[in-house]
Design a protein around this ligand. Structure first.
Ligand SMILES: Cc1cc2nc3c(=O)[nH]c(=O)nc-3n(C[C@H](O)[C@H](O)[C@H](O)COP(=O)(O)OP(=O)(O)OC[C@H]3O[C@@H](n4cnc5c(N)ncnc54)[C@H](O)[C@@H]3O)c2cc1C
Length: 422
């Protein structure tokens, strides 16, 4: 039986291992920490095809420069890291125009169209995790933001979402009485769902353990072992080699260094985000909610409420800055009354894996035929987890995926390879 090594045990790595195991592969999953403790743990868990827009968007250049001066802003670029990530920022800013934005949106829409179906498939196959299907309520405080979202959401069919319903402020407050009178309206997308991400991850991990996967936590991959142009294994910190027939890189925000070892450039940065989880909250929301101008996501779970948000470019680290947490709280106060009452509030920080065009890298490495990548899912790693896993597992086992993966080509940023291909 062919042996697949999966580096990284976040939502992408664990679900890819699940799909590979179901297709008959012998799998080894390696994570430098515990499984599911990276970006995949404390996020909002939204499954939201209606949010198919890539992060780089028209108008974001001016806005991000303005926000650079405000450490509590929804998108913060730490000035001291700018010199070190100038190349990445320039490439990101180059994608902040209408043409690239629309291209990115239709590529993400192509993946998102499959996401609800693929979550249903996991549930039908018996993975037991907490999933809520009461929709997503977008809440607005300004007409300008509402108009921008109406433009994007006009493509709801293309994304596989249901038609957004426009709500007056009273209608929105009827659904969610904690909303403040200052809101100017809402959009309800009934097809949207959310999961408790920790439960999805532990269900996948348990299934893998029960089905013969070799699960290696606290094992950091330091290098690839490459012989005659093929990867034959990975070298872990301490020097041991784990052998395999193929390798999948699913290390999220930290994917750049091992991609470089495979001989190509993958310009990955961390878009840090924060969440606050309230245990036994007093506020009982009926559905997940997006506080649009404040860029705060809310997700109600069994016995908990999570608020998540902010995008901080401050390098690859999980340092937690109090100003960012304060920014989430301040934004929530503008939309909601008494949201913070509960037994305990648990802060968390995670690194969204960000490529400068806002699309993930899903596919075969350009340099090594048995080395594959599935990383860079930015704000959509949970939404796109099951779909990405099925696509990459099909590519690895059958040589072909259900959809054309060209927009997600891992080699698309490597100028040297692009020049060589011309
Ligand atoms: C605040 C916040 C809210 C979010 N909300 C949502 C949401 O509602 N819906 C949604 O779809 N997405 C959301 N996201 C995005 C989502 O969390 C990410 O896209 C997703 O978790 C990325 O998964 P991953 O498996 O690629 O990376 P990770 O979960 O980070 O997993 C990568 C793993 O690789 C391991 N690793 C790294 N280097 C090595 C190495 N050398 N050797 C071994 N192991 C290694 C790490 O330890 C880690 O466990 C949110 C993110 C944040 C920060």
């Amino acid at each position: 039986m062919a042996r697949s090594i999966i580096i990284g045990g976040g939502v992408i790595g664990l679900l890819s291992a699940y799909e590979l195991r179901r297709r008959g592969r012998d799998v080894i999953v390696i994570d430098k920490g515990n499984f599911g403790q990276g970006a995949s743990a404390g996020n909002a868990g939204w499954i939201t095809p209606s949010l198919s827009a890539p992060v780089p968007a028209p108008g974001l250049v001016a806005q991000s420069i303005k926000w650079m001066l405000r450490p509590d802003s929804p998108l913060y670029v730490k000035p001291s890291v700018v010199p070190g990530m100038l190349g990445w920022l320039l490439e990101f800013w180059r994608h902040c125009n209408v043409e690239k934005y629309e291209q990115g949106r239709s590529a993400l829409g192509m993946l998102n169209r499959l996401s609800l179906r693929d979550f249903d498939r996991l549930a039908e196959q018996g993975l037991d995790f907490e999933m809520h299907s009461a929709g997503l309520l977008y809440v607005f405080r300004t007409e300008e933001a509402l108009r921008a979202y109406l433009d994007d959401l006009a493509h709801w069919e293309e994304f596989g979402a249901s038609e957004p319903k426009r709500l007056t402020p009273d209608e929105a407050r009827e659904l969610e009485p904690a909303l403040r009178p200052e809101i100017i309206g809402g959009l309800l997308v009934e097809s949207e769902r959310h999961v408790r991400p920790e439960k999805l991850l532990s269900a996948a991990e348990q299934w893998l353990r029960a089905n013969g996967a070799d699960m290696r936590a606290h094992t950091e991959v330091a290098d690839l072992v490459i012989q005659d142009g093929r990867v034959t294994g990975v070298r872990v910190k301490g020097g041991d080699v784990i052998e395999g027939d193929e390798v999948l890189l699913a290390t999220g925000a930290e994917a750049a260094s091992l991609a470089a070892r495979a001989g190509f450039e993958l310009p990955m940065q961390a878009g840090k985000g924060y969440s606050l989880t309230i245990r036994n909250p007093k506020l009982k929301l009926g559905r997940s909610m997006y506080l649009v101008e404040g860029r705060v996501a809310l997700a109600p779970y069994d016995g908990a409420l999570r608020l998540a948000g902010t995008m901080e470019l401050s390098g690859i680290n999980t340092n937690l800055y109090e100003e960012r947490i304060a920014g989430i709280r301040k934004s929530a106060d503008l939309y909601l009354t008494d949201w913070s009452d509960g037994d305990e509030i648990i802060p968390w920080v995670g690194m969204r894996p960000m490529l400068p065009d806002g699309l993930p890298a899903i596919g075969r490495a350009p340099t090594i035929p048995n080395f594959y990548i599935a990383s860079g899912h930015a704000m959509l790693g949970v939404t796109l987890g099951p779909t990405t896993a099925a696509l990459i597992a099909d590519l690895m086992t059958k040589g072909q995926a259900e959809i054309d993966l060209t927009p997600f080509d891992p080699a698309r940023f490597d100028r040297r390879l692009a020049a060589a291909r011309r």
